[in-house]
Write a protein that binds this ligand. Structure first.
Ligand code: HEC
Length: 207
């Protein structure tokens, strides 16, 4: 029998070897390209640009899948009492309003400069979300955005009081509504910065 061009070896083995080398070379080239892009300032690391579609899809899909896996489906354990609502409003004013806004008024300069933008929760709320999902976001934060993880800084009860407030901010009991209305809105914007600097007393009220 005449010898084959592969000296008797099976052609399929050469095919596997060729494909493996090809894949390794492609991965190596991609890693090399990524290294070059990162070290030469070709990757966008700035915050003042809209997120590309692929980044947005990946971040949103990963976050939703993680929350689906980890967040509790149990209802909010804190009761609908004045004390819990008032605690929620005060915690929000001290920890969240700077990014997520007050009952009315424009988004703060910090909120507008963030990548991703911080949703103004009085306008774009989380009332229709599963309470456990909202709790998860407050406790663990959202990676590569300005949203901090409050687990460790706040107790579980405080974070559930925040969830209670956020999910009912348009139906607050009168005592809590009064305090919510008094939470100061955004600081001066660039346009009125020189004429309307936040006064010392209004900064003290925030904390
Ligand atoms: C430094 C800014 C900053 C602070 C302070 C902050 N957040 Fe956020 N938060 C963000 C940003 C930015 C996002 C949007 C993240 C994204 O696009 O996925 C976010 C998202 C959220 C969401 C998800 C909103 C949605 O539509 O699903 C919730 C809920 C939330 N924050 C609650 C809070 C609470 C409660 C506090 C205070 C205890 C707080 N945040 C403090 C920046 C902040």
């Amino acid at each position: 029998m005449a010898p084959t061009p592969f000296n008797g070896r099976k052609p399929v083995r050469w095919l596997i070897l060729g494909v493996t080398i090809g894949v390794l070379a492609a991965v190596g080239a991609e890693l090399g390209g990524l290294y070059l892009a990162a070290t030469h300032g070709w990757l966008p690391a700035n915050a003042d640009a809209p997120p590309p579609a692929l980044e947005r899809w990946l971040a949103t899909t990963a976050l939703n899948a993680l929350i689906l896996r980890e967040a509790t489906t149990k209802p909010n354990p804190v009761a609908y009492t004045d004390a819990n609502f008032i605690a929620g409003v005060k915690l929000y004013a001290a920890n969240c309003a700077v990014c997520h806004g007050a009952a009315s008024g424009p988004a703060s300069n910090i909120a507008r400069g963030l990548y991703q933008k911080a949703p103004q929760l009085a306008r774009y709320g989380v009332a229709d979300e599963n309470p456990g999902d909202v709790y998860w976001k407050i406790a663990h934060g959202i990676r590569m955005t300005g949203m901090p993880a409050f687990d460790g800084a706040l107790t579980q009860k405080q974070m559930w009081q925040l969830v209670l407030f956020l999910q009912n901010m348009h139906y607050l009991p009168p005592a809590a509504q009064k305090i919510w209305n008094a939470v100061p809105g955004a600081a001066a914007t660039r346009a009125d910065a020189s004429s309307n600097l936040p006064s010392r007393s209004s900064q003290e009220k925030r904390s």
